[in-house]
Write a protein that binds this ligand. Structure first.
Ligand code: AMP
Length: 480
């Protein structure tokens, strides 16, 4: 199928040709005709599938009769509202939208929090048909009474699952309640589906068509997954080692918290690696600068939290490294969705220590892939690293010697062979390292409770050891 078979107007087709797209991606082939026909859509599409164009192109087409060259703000009311969970995704969607709308007389705008609201108010007052927004800032603007939703004909909820994770559903519901009901077309996109997402879809969509390009919660087939079992203490040294190898040129590294993100990036810089970080505590300008430097290659490693990296579209990003595994398996799908996009190859490497094995098991179950495990000599995991987990406690490796006099003379033990776990079939990385050099282990700083993400309230962690209630109440002491 070609783009010119979809019935798009010449001014939209011209913009597509400028982008160099030759044919619509599968999600575009499915969604564009349905959206042009005015249907509501529930779209299951991973990032990197071309889903942004799948909704922006047909909406431009549908609303084209309303495009007006008039300078009057009254001729440019908000007609399409696109909600995205993060500033980065909102900016990215808007960048795409601008390129596709460039030969039309539509006005587009992107609004998000963390920056001065006044220029946004002024821009809205001048008139804008396509408004891309994060939910919180949109509600701020509603309170400023500069928005009129009477003419809204289309609502798009992009990355709805992330909206849910970030606790935005009440904000989104408030926004939906402000929009016209009868005449409105609604589109919901989500990479993963849960019952909550379905509930949200029920509340906003009318007899939606289901559009799906990949099986739910699956990952691109062009991505190669690999796990390096490693002790928590040795992770930093192993990461540095990997990043210095020839295998890794441009890498997005994920950690679970913004504190860890900043700390790790600083340590990498100290180790002579061009690195920067991106997380929710950074200003918008700092985040954009870090992202630009990463895209243009002046920064080789970008350390990010799940939320900050959400929706990032980095052309042909070859590698993702999970410094820590996410505690919800869906986040693994999102993280590695930054690579292997648009049919390109990618690698997803995870550094996994003993306490993370249950999360690995959850991830493998979700993505239905058994990930190859490769132990790197000198960076072996903890003694109690056990894959697949049996749930049985291992005995201590070195029993305490008995009475000093009874201790037999011991021969020095031979160097320990790297252990194989599960289906692991290789203990040497494919990157040609000299693995014989010993590493200097670094003490991990003690950490407190870790929130699941930048902004999100911590989700219940299925694998967190539970403290007995009696202990919390001061009990479990020795009784007389
Ligand atoms: P998205 O899933 O919307 O984030 O898009 C992922 C990437 O695919 C973006 O860099 C788009 O510019 C690109 N893209 C979208 N549609 C097409 C197409 N039909 N052909 C080639 N690339 C595309």
């Amino acid at each position: 199928m070609r783009f010119d078979e979809l019935g798009l107007a010449p001014e939209i087709l011209r913009a597509i040709v400028d982008q160099g797209y030759t044919e619509p991606t599968p999600i575009q082939q499915q969604a564009i005709p349905l959206v042009m026909a005015g249907k509501d859509i529930m779209g299951g599409a991973q990032t990197g599938t071309g889903k942004t164009a799948a909704f922006t192109l047909p909406l431009l087409q549908r609303l084209l009769p309303y495009a007006s060259p008039s300078p009057s703000p009254a001729r440019h009311p908000v007609r399409a509202l696109i909600l995205a969970p993060t500033r980065e995704l909102a900016i990215q969607v808007h960048e795409n939208l601008k390129t596709y709308a460039k030969y039309t007389s539509f006005r587009t705008l992107c609004v998000y929090g963390g920056v001065d609201i006044k220029p946004q108010i002024e821009a809205i007052r001048k008139g804008v048909e396509f408004l891309v927004a994060t939910p919180g800032r949109l509600l701020d603007l509603v309170e400023q009474k500069c928005l009129n939703f009477q003419s809204v004909q289309a609502l798009v909820l992009d990355e709805a699952d992330r909206m849910l994770d970030m606790g935005f559903v009440p904000d989104v519901t408030r926004i939906i309640n402000l929009l016209p009901k009868e005449s409105r077309q609604s589109l919901l996109f989500s990479a993963t589906f849960s019952n909550e997402i379905k509930k949200l879809a029920d509340s906003m969509l009318k007899s939606p068509e289901l559009v799906e390009v990949a099986k739910r919660n699956t990952v691109s087939e062009t991505i190669t997954h690999r796990v390096h079992p490693v002790s928590a203490e040795a992770k930093r040294a192993l990461l540095t080692r990997l990043l210095r190898s020839d295998e890794f040129d441009q890498v997005l590294v994920f950690t679970r918290t913004k504190q860890e993100t900043g700390r790790l990036a600083r340590e990498l810089v100290k180790a002579g690696i061009l690195a920067d970080s991106i997380h929710g505590d950074k200003s918008q300008l700092e985040r954009l600068k870090a992202l630009e430097a990463f895209k243009d290659g002046s920064v080789k490693v970008l350390v990010a939290t799940d939320v900050a990296a959400r929706g990032l579209d980095i052309d042909a990003l070859p590698h993702v490294i999970n410094f820590e595994l996410p505690h919800t398996p869906e986040d693994y799908v999102h993280r590695i969705g930054r690579t292997g996009r648009a049919g390109k190859k990618g690698t997803a490497v995870s550094l996994v220590s003993a306490h993370e094995v249950p999360y690995l098991v959850d991830i493998e179950k979700l993505i239905k892939i058994s990930v190859e495990q490769v132990v790197i000599a000198g960076f072996e995991p903890e003694y109690d690293y056990e894959y697949p987990p049996t749930g049985k406690k291992k005995p201590h490796r070195r029993p305490e010697p008995a009475a000093p006099t009874a201790a037999p003379r011991r021969e020095p033990s031979p160097p320990r062979e790297p252990r194989h776990h599960g289906k692991r079939n290789n203990n040497i990385a494919a990157d040609g390292f000299d693995f014989s050099a010993p590493y200097a282990a670094k003490e991990l700083e003690p950490r407190g409770e870790i929130p699941a993400s930048d902004h999100a309230p911590a989700k219940p962690d299925p694998h967190k050891p539970k403290r007995p209630v009696a202990a919390l109440l001061g009990g479990l002491g020795k009784r007389p």
